[in-house]
Design a protein around this ligand. Structure first.
Ligand SMILES: NC(=O)c1ccc[n+]([C@@H]2O[C@H](COP(=O)([O-])OP(=O)(O)OC[C@H]3O[C@@H](n4cnc5c(N)ncnc54)[C@H](OP(=O)(O)O)[C@@H]3O)[C@@H](O)[C@H]2O)c1
Length: 392
């Protein structure tokens, strides 16, 4: 692997102007236990656009989360109590960083080079492109945290659990089944069920245009309803043979009335995980019955770092870091085909087009309105796809 020159291009936050621009900055230097990685592909997440157009903290930080690339060098590290995976120059890896998605000053991923702890990347299988791999790390971990840490399903890599006897049966709802997180949640739920000898009846909401994708493997939905039908919660409840409601639900949108609507599909004692926080006011808490506690966490805590927004602080959590390590170790193991990457839309133009094109599509409010006026094929609304850019 050729040694990088001293400088590189990176997409840096310009907070006063609520945008990000390409600037030349020094190539970062990896610290103990970290890898220097040449970035080949990046994937866009709604938060990348959100905190570029509504910045938190200071300018000059590299934006962006998801990446895939090749290892350039690994800084020496030795700790017998906490060994980390070893990587060599040229290894293909994927991971995510927090970037400018908090007040904390941690560089993000949208740059020619980045540094990342070696235990927080996973090995990309030969059969997977950099673009596909870049679409997995953040949303795959988000889905895994929701299902295995918050909703209590058995992780496919957990060999310590005792199989339930008699075998258990669950009705599960994924609201927003065609979202990036939802597509990984469906796959992980099926893998968990197989691993733990559990039967899962998987129900989902999405646009009818996505039903064929979602009925097929690896998502294998048993029933789907359109979230645009006003009575969709009643339709979901009716899918249980005794109209009892679902045992667990994951709301992959968690916005406005969705958490209240999803709550109404739960059986007594059912559990609900959400992806956006009540504290940030993303959803209408008055619509959620008092006995239901929507379980939220932020994927960033999987990086093992303290995360600070304006009024909210999420403390670093070693257990969540261990969970991420286990998830990425599992993704790296065996034949490497544990999770199928979401369908990707390869966006033209590289780093220079991320804000003007990609962020218009994954952003909110004015950005969406601007995107609606665009006629290029790659600017159509996102549905069951991840936007990716090649940087090499
Ligand atoms: N807690 C965390 O740490 C965390 C991590 C990752 C993401 N998130 C959040 O989770 C949400 C989903 O992220 P993502 O990247 O998975 O989304 P995404 O892939 O960009 O979502 C696009 C999909 O949203 C669906 N959709 C839009 N409005 C909907 C509605 N009202 N009801 C149902 N579906 C709707 C569309 O479905 P159709 O095409 O079928 O209409 C489309 O396929 C975002 O708000 C994101 O910020 C949170």
């Amino acid at each position: 692997m050729a040694a990088p020159s001293e400088n590189m291009s990176a997409l840096l936050l310009d907070a006063p102007n609520r945008t990000a621009t390409i600037q030349t900055i020094p190539v970062p230097i990896p610290g103990p236990g970290e890898l220097l990685i040449r970035v080949h592909a990046i994937a866009l997440n709604p938060v990348d656009a959100l905190y570029t157009f509504k910045p938190l903290g200071s300018s000059g930080r590299t934006v962006g989360s998801d990446f895939a690339g090749t290892v350039v060098s690994a800084a020496p590290y030795h700790d017998e109590k906490s060994p980390i995976p070893s990587f060599s120059p040229g290894d293909r890896v994927s991971g995510f960083l927090q970037g400018a998605c908090s007040i904390n000053d941690r560089p993000g991923a949208f740059a020619d080079y980045l540094v990342c702890p070696a235990d927080l990347v996973w090995r990309i299988p030969d059969s997977m492109s950099f673009e596909e791999a870049s679409a997995i790390s953040l949303c795959g971990l988000t889905a895994a945290q929701a299902l295995f840490q918050r909703l209590g399903f058995v992780a496919p890599w957990d060999t310590t659990f005792k199989p339930a006897t008699p075998a258990r049966e669950f009705y599960a709802l994924i609201y927003g089944a065609s979202t990036s997180v939802g597509l990984y949640a469906a796959q992980l739920l099926h893998l968990s069920a197989k691993h733990s000898n559990t039967t899962v009846h998987l129900l989902g909401t999405a646009s009818p245009a996505r039903f064929d994708l979602l009925r097929a493997k690896p998502y294998s939905y048993e029933h789907l309803v359109s979230y645009r039908s006003p009575d969709w919660p009643a339709q979901i409840r009716a899918l249980h043979p005794r109209n009892r409601g679902v045992d667990i639900a994951l709301d992959c949108i968690s916005q406005a009335s969705t958490v209240g609507q999803v709550s109404s599909t739960l059986r007594d004692g059912g559990k609900l995980a959400v992806l956006r926080s009540r504290a940030a006011g993303a959803w209408d808490a008055s619509l959620v019955p008092a006995h239901i506690d929507p379980l939220y966490d932020a994927v960033w805590r999987g990086l093992g770092e303290r995360v600070q927004y304006h009024s909210m602080v999420l403390e670093a959590n070693a257990e969540m870091r261990q969970f991420s390590r286990a998830f990425y170790r599992w993704l790296s193991s065996g034949d490497g085909s544990k999770l199928q990457a979401n369908p990707v839309r390869r966006m033209p133009g590289g780093l220079g087009k991320v804000v003007g094109d990609g962020f218009m599509l994954v952003g909110e409010g004015d950005a969406v309105k601007q995107a609606e006026g665009r006629r290029e094929e790659w600017m159509k609304p996102i549905s069951g796809e991840k936007l990716v850019y090649s940087l090499v």
